[in-house]
Design a binder for this molecule. Structure first.
Ligand SMILES: *Cc1c(COP(=O)(O)O)cnc(C)c1O
Length: 209
């Protein structure tokens, strides 16, 4: 499926509030360029270095492009990530929040942030535990960070519905306007639960090798 088709499908269902982040990780820029030329604006990558190599020059050519970091951000990469990424979906620790806040001050940058929630309480996944969310939210507010909403990656191979439902309740609790959830296999479901940023790779670009 390509983005034109996806746009069309989303419009049919009148889900215009959902922004499609086309997740282009692992694909070369030549594979991505048709979508950029189609006018698509939001693209997602999960690694800072790969994104630097692929996007630095193309972002200069297409100033309207918005780049989203959807993967883990190591604190020592923050200084490279912030000038490139407009959105960071993986804010998951106080240490990272500190680093971002310091860079924001120093370089007058305005990253839009999502707090990643480990909604399935999985050991191997990052994200803030639901029980620590109040404290983490207050901490981010004290740093004046621009938090748009929450983000999650639900447990693989499970029905996402119960997690999406929980996420939408949490998002409402903090009065966030945006919510980042839903991937190729479950984005329609995510939109039903109020997602405003769906992160779609495979459905747009094909299978990754
Ligand atoms: C790779 C990735 C996606 C896209 O996954 P698809 O199943 O290919 O749509 C979405 N979100 C995150 C965090 C990812 O790492």
């Amino acid at each position: 499926m390509n983005v034109a088709k996806l746009d069309h499908r989303l419009n049919i269902y009148n889900f215009k509030n959902a922004n499609i982040v086309a997740v282009s990780k692992t694909f070369p820029i030549s594979h991505i360029l048709p979508l950029i030329n189609h006018g698509h604006q939001h693209f997602g990558e999960n690694k800072v270095q790969e994104a630097q190599e692929k996007w630095t020059s193309i972002k200069n050519d297409f100033p309207n492009l918005k780049l989203h970091l959807i993967g883990k951000l190591q604190t020592n990469k923050v200084k490279f990530a912030l000038p490139l990424f407009d959105y960071i979906h993986s804010l998951d620790s106080k240490k990272l929040a500190d680093k971002i806040a310091a860079q924001v001050k120093e370089n007058n940058l305005h990253p839009k942030l999502f707090i990643q929630v480990n909604i399935g309480k999985e050991k191997q996944k990052s994200g803030v535990d639901e029980n620590n969310l109040d404290e983490f939210y207050d901490y981010c507010m004290s740093l004046n960070l621009n938090i748009l909403g929450l983000m999650c990656i639900p447990p693989f191979n499970e029905k996402s519905t119960e997690y999406f439902k929980k996420m939408s309740e949490l998002n409402r609790k903090y009065n966030f306007k945006e919510l980042s959830m839903g991937m190729s296999s479950d984005y329609m479901n995510a939109i039903d639960y109020g997602s405003t940023y769906i992160r779609i790779g495979t459905e747009i670009f094909g299978k990754r090798t």
